[in-house]
Design a binder for this molecule. Structure first.
Ligand SMILES: O=C[C@H](O)[C@H](O)[C@H](O)COP(=O)(O)O
Length: 228
């Protein structure tokens, strides 16, 4: 199976955990796209009744096009389960997200969700975080000074740019700075440091967040329980 087939596999597996009446957080990314497709099938074929809260405009649009009811986070009083992708997951089930520039909304949805499930192909499982550049969502105002500060701190930062030379913009119209760290030995310490930098809205370290990971492996989906 190629990478896309593994992504489709975990997307289809994840929707088996969705129950009638749930309020579901819907993540973002190429893996979640398959999950949304599979969810749309269940809504259409089984009459599954759920409300989705999307972590990006793209996911909301796709879900609505498939007949899935979407509400804003502030219109619901809780979320039962959120299904999202990830860029890296380490041996302690800590993760990096934000490769698709959606980690701010994803984190807000995740912390308001009773349970969090991540779906990934096996290439995302790593022993140590940090090979994947760590995304930061930053306010455009003064962002070059934030970049300079991050550079002086040794974080090897770059703005994420489009091919036309303009900044990648998040759904909140902010910029993304990627930190090329190579290896993150102390993710909680790094998270605290980044939380203290004015102008950084949110970083892509998702620590102590996920309950269940579904990994797409060549011999089928593997379900890992991270924490209850
Ligand atoms: O910002 C994007 C999200 O955090 C995605 O969930 C993450 O980047 C994984 O995306 P993909 O499934 O496309 O690898």
């Amino acid at each position: 199976m190629d990478q896309n087939a593994l992504k489709a596999l975990v997307g289809q597996e994840a929707v088996k955990y969705v129950q009638d009446g749930m309020i579901l957080g819907i993540g973002t990314g190429s893996t979640v796209r398959y999950m949304i497709d599979a969810l749309g099938e269940r809504v259409k074929n089984e009459g599954l009744s759920i409300v989705g809260v999307a972590t990006s405009d793209r996911s909301a649009k796709q879900a609505e096009s498939l007949g899935i009811t979407i509400k804003q986070l502030d219109e619901v009083d809780h979320l039962d389960l959120t299904i999202d992708g990830a860029d890296e997951i380490d041996d302690n089930f800590q993760g990096i997200k934000g490769g698709g520039a959606a980690h701010l909304w994803e984190k807000i949805v995740a912390i308001n969700s009773t349970k969090n499930m991540w779906i990934v192909d096996e290439s995302k499982m790593v022993h140590h975080l940090g090979k994947f550049p760590l995304p930061l969502e930053v306010i455009p105002f003064g962002s070059s000074h934030v970049l300079e500060k991050l550079d002086k701190m040794g974080f090897n930062p770059t703005f994420r740019m489009k091919e036309d030379g303009s900044h990648v913009l998040t759904d909140s119209k902010n910029y993304i700075i990627d930190l090329h760290l190579g290896r993150i030995d102390h993710p909680h310490e790094l998270a605290n440091t980044l939380n203290g930098i004015v102008g950084v809205v949110e970083h892509g370290l998702f620590l102590d967040t996920v309950n269940t990971v579904i990994v797409g492996r060549q011999d089928g989906p593997e379900v890992l329980n991270a924490r209850d």
